[in-house]
Design a protein around this ligand. Structure first.
Ligand code: SF4
Length: 60
């Protein structure tokens, strides 16, 4: 079962990356342009002012 990153799992700005040891990390795509958002938010995120729902056709 994949790890739950909370609200980020349903957000259009989430990017999930992995390392060579098989760990997975959730990155916030908003962090590049808005310093209110950390690149690696503390998980699980339960509330976020930047949340936008992911659409089915969004790239992951
Ligand atoms: S904007 Fe908020 S909910 Fe969306 S990926 Fe970033 S931290 Fe997660």
């Amino acid at each position: 079962m994949p790890p739950s990153f909370g609200l980020c799992d349903a957000c259009a700005f989430q990017r999930v990356v992995g390392n060579t040891r098989g760990s997975r990390f959730s990155l916030c795509g908003r962090a590049r342009e808005d310093d209110r958002f950390p690149k690696y938010p503390r998980m699980p995120v339960v509330r976020c002012d930047g949340f936008e729902p992911r659409r089915d056709d969004d790239a992951t």
